[in-house]
Structures are given as structure tokens and as C-alpha cells.
Design a protein around this ligand. Structure first.
Ligand SMILES: [Zn+2]
Length: 136
């Protein structure tokens, strides 16, 4: 059994890596085209495979009719370990695709080995923010 034991996170401003930029440009194209995957509420309808069976990133529209999207990006190829989870508005995605917005401000796990980053300081990391409950 595991229970939540949240650890403090550190706010970080990171440059959008080229792999993520490529994905967000793709998301931007889908949004501009009003593709179903960008106008339907979902967690993962917008997705890009980088290698066979390995996603680069995925995401979707948070609320039908809204303009906020949630994304999960895998910061290392062929791994799901070091993920970034964040939200962007349609306007921010436009700015990123145009090269005017080049950084994201996220909350990173304080453990140097983790590599996960989140939208909010109280988001929960699967790896860092749980502890085993010792068997009685
Ligand atoms: Zn973590």
C-alpha cells in the first residue's frame, strides 16, 4: 500500500526544448484547422508518436468550448519516466508556434533524480509524492 506524502516543488522557468516545440507546433496546426481532436474535450486526443510505440507527448482540450489544453510531454525519448504535465491556453500555443513565447514556468520535483515537472506546486508526482505504508 502507498499513501500520499507530498514533497515541496521548485518553481522553474525552462526553455521549451526543440522536441516539445515540434509537438506544440503540431498541436497549433490542429487547433487552427479546428480538427476534432482539438475541439473535443479529452486528455489525450492530440498525440504524437516519436518512435514506434513511444509517445513524444499527448494532450487535449480541458473543457468543450474552452481554450485551455492540458499536455503531458516525455522529456527523454523512449521513456515515460521524466514527464512534464502542464496547461496552455490557445493564445499561449499561438505565441509558442510563432516563436514569441519560448519558455514555460513549471514546478519541478526537488529530487534531482526525478525530472518530473508540473503545472502547480501541489500537483502530485507518482514517483516522489507517495510512501510505502509498512505492513503491520
Ligand atoms: Zn518527482
Amino acid at each position: 500500500m502507498r499513501r500520499q506524502a507530498p514533497k515541496p516543488k521548485l518553481q522553474e522557468t525552462v526553455k521549451i526544448p526543440p522536441r516539445l516545440f515540434k509537438f506544440l507546433r503540431y498541436a497549433h496546426q490542429l487547433i487552427v484547422r479546428e480538427d476534432d481532436v482539438a475541439t473535443t474535450q479529452s486528455d489525450d486526443l492530440i498525440q504524437a508518436e516519436e518512435f514506434l510505440g513511444w509517445l513524444l507527448a499527448y494532450g487535449g482540450l480541458i473543457e468543450e468550448g474552452g481554450s485551455r489544453f492540458s499536455f503531458t510531454y516525455f522529456s527523454e525519448p523512449k521513456q515515460t519516466r521524466k514527464s512534464w504535465e502542464f496547461e496552455l491556453t490557445k493564445e499561449q500555443i499561438v505565441e509558442i508556434a510563432a516563436g514569441r513565447l519560448t519558455e514555460l514556468t513549471l514546478w519541478a520535483c526537488s529530487s534531482p533524480d526525478c525530472g518530473c515537472k508540473f503545472q502547480k506546486p501541489d500537483d502530485t508526482c507518482f514517483y516522489c509524492d507517495y510512501e510505502e505504508i509498512p505492513a503491520a
